[in-house]
Write a protein that binds this ligand. Sequence first.
Ligand SMILES: [Ca+2]
Length: 318
Amino acid sequence: MVGIGRSGRLGRCMDAAGNTILNRNPGLEGLRGFVRGWIVDNVWLRTTPGALTGSGAFGEADIGSRIDYNAYSNGEVFAGIGYKGLAEKHGWDKHSVVVDWQTVFAEPVKAPASQPYYSEKLQGQELPKDWRFEHSLLVPKAGSKLLDAGTVLPNLTGPYLGKAPDLGANEAGLGTAWYGPRYWDTLADVAYGIPEGWRSMTKDDPGKQAIIGMTGAQAILANGSKTITAMILLEKAQGEGRWEKLQQLVAEEAHAVTPVLEFQDGLLMRLYNRPKGLTLEVARIEPEGVLHVLIQNRQRDSEVSRTQMFQFARSLYR
Ligand SMILES: [Ca+2]
């Protein structure tokens, strides 16, 4: 989850794991219930100085079971509760880090210049521009303290690179999840999100499939400059043969830059840096065979050039 905003109020007794939270002011009030759950693997930042949340008094019965492996913008995490003493006593945040919100993300974040407020006069109006955050999807920056600073939570942690998961909602090098609508492609019999500037060439431009050397696919998508192309195939196979085919598609070791990554619903991916460019092989077992998506990118390997490839692959749904 990536959360961003002015402040938030959460219900009682909840866990927070693998979130990226960026507020202008202290957020996540209602801490009394919050600290009874887990707070693990989060990035929790505010863009103004001070503790991350104010808090009413609470007793020993409210203390959470596990608060650790987080990145905070301020070492005094919870105001007004004697946080440092409690952390010592309960062993909280032994592996947590303090970071600067302006330096930990791959792309710059612009915080709101002025203080938002509520007024009846605002009803029906567009919010003032200087109340808004301007930001990308808050992917950790290479070399930042967020990298490999998390811990694996069984049944919750997704695929990751390096020796441990990164803190927050995103793993550096694996782009981001897909946010936004998905479209059902009747030719490919699969649903996917279309990244900004991409279009389907199958429907719009069938004659151009041959030009980019991708024929035989149920669907082909490309970004505006055609530096990234995605080809969707359904490879026929039956029974156990489907598992063999699935493994073959991601088995090649030469030029591999990631291990085999397992995303949601058994969607396997592996990134290669082949002589003709970055290639993301995507495969999943289907009732009638193996869904095979080949995403090729002629740009140099970087977080930015990987992001759309992974976003598209992670949007696939069938
Ligand atoms: Ca990592």
